[in-house]
Design a protein around this ligand. Structure first.
Ligand code: GDD
Ligand code: MN
Length: 393
């Protein structure tokens, strides 16, 4: 494999001066079976980082340098990734900080994990054997631990432990499917989105323990803004993943309101109660159908297998009537078994009402969503990716 180690630099002269010889003389000789390259993505560092690289280039032919305007860490990495894929034809790229916080001696272990079958290797501080700097203050420690935990909870992904590590080895076949020019962030949070996209593509992910060192030279460029941005991006990506269900619930809510408004207005204008309820229900069904059709399930129009609009409407209507029937049945059975009224904690409530809400939330809503996806709009034809597989050591 051709592996490009991408190191972004901004005022890292003192570090990179030491790093290049370590990689070239000490680390690369240990990795004989791969073609190892280094790409420095410098942003016109005023301290003369680029000059140091140019000097080393006379000696090391596998050392590359690209320069750009300073836009942020993510922008520098994206530039490096694109250059690695387009110009250097890399099979895999490594994200590697130039400041020795990532130990170059860990590189062979990350590569070994890919040799063993992983597509995406994370240098992980939160698996046994991994660590964050003990010199870090309690606030930075908390932020780092809590940050990963937050992402795991919001994404409901508990298989990966270190969500914000900057030490990664990624097969470019996965990066090529990501729209790198339009990532949500040009700064530190770019990595959260790449992680998200790679997982979604079903890559084999493996965490390899690393000890994240304290910085000895220069200063960190991470800012408070980066933390807020990460928060936004984590939530935004989760919302994007669940867009359809959110729209579905929203449409259901509007239908609920419409049903009551129509029924109420018909009753006050003298229509018989039962007829009014039927008409109100049907108005909601029709409105839900059209809103779902032009919004929630709009993308399914691209599918050949879809039925005609009328066909979908009939299926939708049948499903809705079935769920009304289901609600009726559930309340009927509950009243039959428990009687008209329930006595809970000294209160008396109607059994029918007590049963209706859990039935709607736990049974009718999930069942409807399932039917819409599988029978009415057939979204299964849209799904391409399988869930990510996590390799264990
Ligand atoms: N070209 C370029 N442009 N390089 C940059 C920029 C930029 O705008 N900002 C930072 N860098 C370079 C630094 O010179 C360094 O080599 C590397 O990117 C990491 O930057 P640091 O400022 O040292 O980041 P950090 O140590 O706070 O954060 C690291 O650890 C985090 C986890 O705690 C990074 O690896 C993060 O990606 C990681 O999330
Ligand atoms: Mn650093």
């Amino acid at each position: 494999m051709k592996i490009v180690i991408i190191s972004p630099t901004y005022n890292e002269k003192a570090n990179i001066e030491k790093m290049i010889p370590v990689l070239e003389e000490e680390i690369f000789p240990m990795i004989k079976h791969h073609d190892m390259q280094i790409l420095i993505a410098d942003d016109k560092s005023p301290d003369g980082t680029a000059e140091v690289i140019k000097e080393y280039q006379k000696k090391y032919k596998n050392l590359h340098l690209i320069t750009g305007e300073k836009q942020g860490l993510g922008a520098a990495y994206v530039r490096g990734m694109k250059y690695s894929m387009e110009q250097l034809h890399a099979d895999a790229v490594m994200e590697f900080d130039a400041d020795f916080q990532h130990d170059p001696h860990d590189i062979p272990r990350l590569i070994a994990a890919m040799d063993a079958g992983a597509d995406y290797v994370i240098g992980s501080r939160y698996v046994p054997g991994g660590a964050i700097p003990k010199e870090w203050g309690i606030d930075r420690k908390f932020l780092s631990v809590f940050g990963s935990l937050f992402i795991r909870v919001v994404w409901l992904n508990f298989k990966i432990h270190d969500m914000t590590s900057g030490f990664k080895l990624t097969k470019t076949s996965y990066l090529k499917k990501i729209d790198l020019d339009h990532l949500l962030s040009k700064n530190f949070s770019y990595k959260i989105q790449i992680l998200h996209e790679v997982i979604k593509q079903g890559a084999k992910v493996q965490e390899v323990p690393i000890v994240f060192n304290e910085r000895t030279q220069g200063g960190s460029k991470i800012s408070q803004n980066d933390q807020f941005e990460s928060l936004y991006i984590v939530l935004r990506l989760a919302l994007d993943d669940h867009k359809r269900i959110i729209k579905f619930l929203f449409v259901g809510g509007t239908g609920f309101i419409l049903q009551y408004m129509v029924t109420y207005m018909l009753i006050i204008s003298g229509v018989e109660q039962f007829i009014a309820a039927m008409l109100g229900g049907e108005a909601a069904i029709l409105s839900n159908f059209f809103l779902n059709n032009i919004w929630t399930f709009k993308d399914t129009d691209k599918i050949k297998q879809k039925g005609s609009l009328i066909e979908r409407l009939v299926k939708f209507n049948t499903a809705s009537l079935l769920s009304i029937g289901l609600q009726g049945l559930a309340t009927f059975i509950a009243v039959l078994l428990l009687g008209e009224d329930l006595h809970v904690l000294g209160y008396t409530i109607h059994t029918a009402l007590a049963i209706l809400f859990p039935t709607i939330i736990l049974l009718v809503i999930p069942l409807n969503y399932f039917i819409y996806n599988k029978i009415v709009w057939k979204t299964q034809y849209l799904k391409k990716s399988k869930p990510a597989e996590i390799l264990t050591k």
